[in-house]
Design a protein around this ligand. Structure first.
Ligand SMILES: [Zn+2]
Length: 240
């Protein structure tokens, strides 16, 4: 690699810092988007579960109705059987006994029919409520799915940008002299999002500790690459 002067190295370091800052912003944004994606996905699952639950309830109601209808029809056939056998009995006692049984069965049948009517009435109420609720849930679900789609697109976009800036940054890093490059790589393992920081009034932006005033002069004059004497980060001066 060709030997480059301090001025050029510092210029590259400014570029790398710019990429680092942009990337850390994008990574934060990506995490935020992912959180949103999870929230929307969870909401959609919740809505699906609610719809499923309501459907189950509806099915259950129908089953109960069918059971009562079956009971009524079985009572009806019993009554019919008794009625047919009524005139072939031998004693009056038996004849009246059958009459009583039939009355008892008719009473039971009447009660079941009332119950069935109540259920049908409740069911039609339930159907109306269910329909309104289902429409609302479907609408909510659609909205969530649209939001989710938007967020996923946003995530793809951010990821593409991260990749692009990462590649640009790598190009800059490989242009650094080996010693500086190795220092930078070492710093990244320790301070992933800000291995290069600004010096504000001789204070390191990364660790808030003071550094000799000469550091700022050296950086401004592009005479020397300075590292924070406390945390070791590469120091730059914010250019106005
Ligand atoms: Zn520091």
């Amino acid at each position: 690699m060709a030997i480059i002067n301090v001025e050029d190295i510092i210029k590259i370091l400014y570029d790398i810092k710019m990429f680092d800052d942009t990337l850390s912003h994008l990574i934060e944004k990506k995490a935020e988007i992912l959180e949103n994606v999870v929230t929307y996905e969870e909401k959609i699952v919740e809505i699906d579960e609610e719809i499923k639950e309501k459907n189950e309830k509806k099915k259950e109601l129908h089953k109960k109705q069918r059971d009562i209808e079956e009971k009524i029809s079985s009572i009806e056939s019993k009554i019919k059987g008794l009625d047919e056998g009524r005139f072939s009995v031998k004693t009056n006692e038996d004849f009246f006994k059958i009459g009583e049984d039939i009355n008892k069965l008719k009473k039971g049948k009447g009660e079941l029919e009332d119950k069935l009517l109540d259920m049908m009435y409740n069911e039609s109420d339930y159907e109306t409520t269910f329909k309104t609720l289902k429409e609302k849930l479907d609408k909510n679900k659609k909205e969530m799915e649209e939001e989710l789609k938007l967020k996923k697109n946003e995530k793809d976009e951010v990821e593409a940008n991260i990749k692009k800036y990462e590649e640009e940054k790598q190009k800059k890093i490989s242009a650094l002299p080996l010693a500086v490059k190795n220092n930078y790589i070492k710093l990244v393992t320790k301070y992933s999002h800000n291995p290069i920081v600004y010096l504000h009034s001789d204070t390191c932006e990364g660790c808030n500790m003071g550094n000799p005033p000469q550091y700022a002069v050296n950086i401004k004059m592009k005479k020397k690459i300075e590292y924070c004497q406390n945390c070791g980060r590469i120091l730059l001066i914010k250019e106005i």
